[in-house]
Design a protein around this ligand. Structure first.
Ligand code: PEP
Ligand code: MN
Length: 355
């Protein structure tokens, strides 16, 4: 159910509506548009008298019953693209915010894993100088084998925060379990939900409560519909700042690690107002293909890229084969900017902070 407020509705009118919805044991999500405000009702069951009841409240224009599946992530009641604005926590004064879903595409880069302080600082300086606005790096790694490097844990988070304090780059790092959300949330600017956890509903709800933007990687065999439903889990907890990341799905093809589903970009864009990024690295599995997949993603209309970049990829502790060097990233960035320009997007100018 959605409640469409009239053009003259004021704050008190909206608050009355919210109180009435809440008193029925339901949640109210307010969507403020330029011309009008809409209140979305989430939850069940909706008492039969609620619609009539709401229609009599001051400021209410119309109450409409809806059956759309994607109540919060879908475009039906939120036609305009969502822009997520991030002010990197503890970055140097003057660091511009990172905007995801705006005119400019967002390039996030960094190693698969945080391996040491030196490695993450060198990565951060390198990717920032090349034009990235955010730094990736896993401190908790979901490895296929339990005997492989599984991350530095909190030490890794500390190193990421140090890199942000010097370079101003926003940071994104994976959280694997609800028990770690609080700790990871003390450091990160964006929670990354990995492909293996994309339907871990308790984890999705926990990051939904944490009040920081969330990147939802697509699961290995996840339908687009299921992906949007995962976003609903986060958003239903009151967190509107969700973005998707297509990182390849599992198909019969073995020439690449996964198959990049480029078509997911226009499909998601049609269904949802949330930003979508491409991770060419986990799709390719081989560094030789990272450039092509990056450019294809931007050409298809993605809002950004998340690319694995390491100062010495051949000695990376995880995903080295699909990781490009800082030098290769420097060569790729102008190509990304050229394709972005060709599809009417820009790349943000690097800030003047800490060169
Ligand atoms: C990663 O980003 O390093 C990662 C583990 O990605 P995914 O969850 O997409 O496999
Ligand atoms: Mn990786």
């Amino acid at each position: 159910m959605i409640i469409i407020m009239g053009p003259n509705a004021d704050r008190d009118d909206i608050n009355h509506v919210i109180d009435r919805v809440k008193s029925s044991g339901l949640q109210a999500h307010v969507i403020e548009g330029e011309a009008q405000t809409i209140v979305g009702v989430v939850g069940t069951p909706i008492p039969p008298s609620l619609q009539e009841n709401l229609e009599t409240l001051p400021g209410v224009n119309e109450v409409v019953r809806v059956s759309t599946k994607f109540k919060l992530s879908g475009r039906d009641f939120h036609p305009h693209n969502t822009r997520i604005t991030i002010n990197p926590q503890g970055a140097p004064a003057g660091t511009p915010p990172v905007v995801i879903g705006g005119d400019a595409i967002t390039v996030i880069a960094g190693p698969c894993s945080v391996e040491s302080e030196e490695q993450i600082m060198e990565s951060a300086r390198g990717v920032r100088a090349a034009g990235a606005v955010a730094l990736r790096g896993g401190a908790y790694k979901p490895r296929t084998s339990p005997y492989e490097f599984r991350g530095l844990g909190e030490k890794g988070l500390e190193f990421l925060a140090k890199a942000r304090a010097e370079t101003g780059l926003a940071i994104i790092t994976e959280v694997m379990t609800p028990a770690d959300v609080e700790l990871v949330g003390q450091y990160t600017d964006i929670f990354q939900i990995g492909a293996r956890n994309s339907q871990n509903y308790l984890l999705l709800e926990e990051v939904g409560k944490a009040g920081k933007p969330v990147m939802l990687k697509r699961g290995l065999s996840m339908l687009v519909e299921e992906w949007l439903m995962a976003a609903e889990y986060v958003m239903a907890q009151g967190n509107p700042d969700v973005m998707f990341c297509e990182r390849g799905i599992r198909t019969y093809e073995t020439a690449t690690r996964n198959t990049l589903d480029v078509s997911a970009v226009p499909v998601v864009k049609k269904l949802s107002h949330l930003p979508i990024l491409i991770d060419p690295s986990h799709a390719a599995g081989k560094r030789a293909f990272v450039d092509s997949l990056s450019l294809a993603g931007i050409a298809a209309g993605a809002d950004g890229l998340m690319i694995e970049v390491h100062p010495d990829p051949d000695h990376a502790l995880s995903d080295g084969a699909q990781t490009i060097s800082v030098d290769e990233f420097n060569i790729l960035m102008p190509k990304i900017a050229a394709v972005a320009a060709a599809v009417g997007r820009t790349v943000p100018a690097t800030s003047a902070v800490a060169d």
